[in-house]
Write a protein that binds this ligand. Structure first.
Ligand code: GTR
Length: 377
């Protein structure tokens, strides 16, 4: 049944290489994966600058014996050079008291949408997971303004940002056609936290995830697709331009035209040109989800989250199986039907869950993701 639906929407396969050959091996996939990343950098999210040569981490605060003796907490500042000078951002790091290396989650957090996603820190500590929490606002305030935050610091051009401050359109146009937008900048910051986790002996480096909800679900997707140190991307309600099929969007869902009208600055300047042309697009979002393979993703949907399109998220995950199967892996193990509220498909090398309700990331998702990671050994 699901195969027929994917066929009906003409969801394109991702295994034809740029030179026309079919990708059939692990070695070919390494090349094909890079081709897909390049395509999505240019057309969808904008190009990521290279990682900085040095990142300095400064401990700004350290609290032992916290959360009823279960954890220690640190406030860290990460600093690195950009083409426009140094950039510094803070994050909080919670580590459970343990006598063995623990798995970790980089959690991308909203400052102003607390109802959107919860962060059950006590449960996380009890289950023995470290968590680094990044407030996305500290990288880039979420308004159409490249004169503030990280993204603009990598965009150099003829005029200075302060000449353009009042004119967001001019700022956007100063950006090269394929230069990055804010999703790229948030994802880049998550990778800098990964740099920090790499320095810790207390972390199990084989089990580090990046997790985010909604626009930060899109960010977790883009981050993990690029940064192979992440073993898992936990992607909640990422909807349009995230882990969901653009070609399947109906009138109930957000479409490329809607998202790029309100948030053009999240994406490459080319992405708006696909609005209304979804049917003609030679690719779809399962390609970038597939670019996480052979590592894993965990897609989380809400049954009543129609704007994000839970059915389009689910089928995106199903369509990404193409690459896992080519690699001889199970991929997402799922029944041949659409999902229902309460479903958890977490037995394979990728996972999917659907909570009952609207746009939210909460206890259900955290428990599912941690349980999945516990089994990843
Ligand atoms: C919406 C946007 C969605 C989603 C959401 C969010 O307005 O159109 O795609 O990203 O914001 O991040 O909260």
């Amino acid at each position: 049944m699901l195969k027929e639906i994917l066929k009906q929407y003409q969801i394109p396969g991702m295994l034809t290489m740029n030179n026309g050959e079919t990708c059939t091996t692990k070695e070919m996939w390494e090349i094909r994966r890079k081709e897909i990343l390049t395509l999505f950098a240019k057309e969808v999210y904008g190009e990521m600058p290279p990682a900085p040569e040095h990142v300095t981490f400064t401990v700004k605060g350290c609290w032992e014996n916290q959360i009823q003796g279960k954890a220690r907490i640190r406030k860290i500042e990460a600093s690195f050079m950009t083409p426009s000078g140094p950039f510094t951002f803070p994050f909080h790091y919670y580590e459970p008291v343990a006598d063995h290396p623990v798995p970790a989650i980089v959690f991308l957090q909203f400052a102003e949408h607390p109802v959107y996603c919860s962060f059950p820190v006590e449960t996380i500590m009890e289950k023995g997971f470290a968590v680094a929490v990044l407030n996305y606002d500290t990288i880039q305030a979420d308004r159409y303004d490249f004169a503030q935050g990280l993204a603009g610091m990598y965009i150099t051009g003829a005029s200075r940002w302060d000449d353009l401050c009042a004119d967001t359109y001019a700022q956007n146009m100063k950006r090269g056609e394929t230069q990055w937008g804010f999703i790229g900048a948030w994802a880049f910051a998550a990778s800098r936290i990964m740099d920090y986790l790499q320095t810790l002996k207390t972390i199990d480096k084989t089990r580090i995830a990046v997790m985010g909800h909604s626009r930060l679900g899109k960010t977790a997707l883009w981050c993990a697709a690029n940064d192979e140190r992440f073993r898992l991307a936990a992607i909640s309600a990422s909807g349009c331009s995230g882990a969901s099929l653009s070609k399947m969007k109906d009138d109930t869902c957000e479409r490329i035209g809607q998202i790029t009208e309100v948030f053009p600055y999240w994406f490459s300047r080319r992405w708006p040109s696909y609005a209304g042309r979804e049917k003609e697009m030679p690719f779809d979002q399962h390609w970038i989800l597939g670019a996480i393979a052979p590592r894993s993703f965990y897609i989380c949907s809400g049954s009543e989250d129609s704007w994000a399109g839970p059915h389009t998220e689910y089928l995106c995950a199903v369509a990404a199986n193409e690459v896992y199967h080519m690699l001889g892996m199970e991929g997402l193990l799922h029944p041949d039907r659409m999902p229902e509220a309460g479903d958890i498909f977490a037995q394979g090398s990728a996972a999917y869950s659907m909570h009952k309700g609207t746009h939210y990331l909460g206890q259900f998702e955290w428990n599912n993701v941690m349980e999945y990671m516990e089994n990843m050994r």
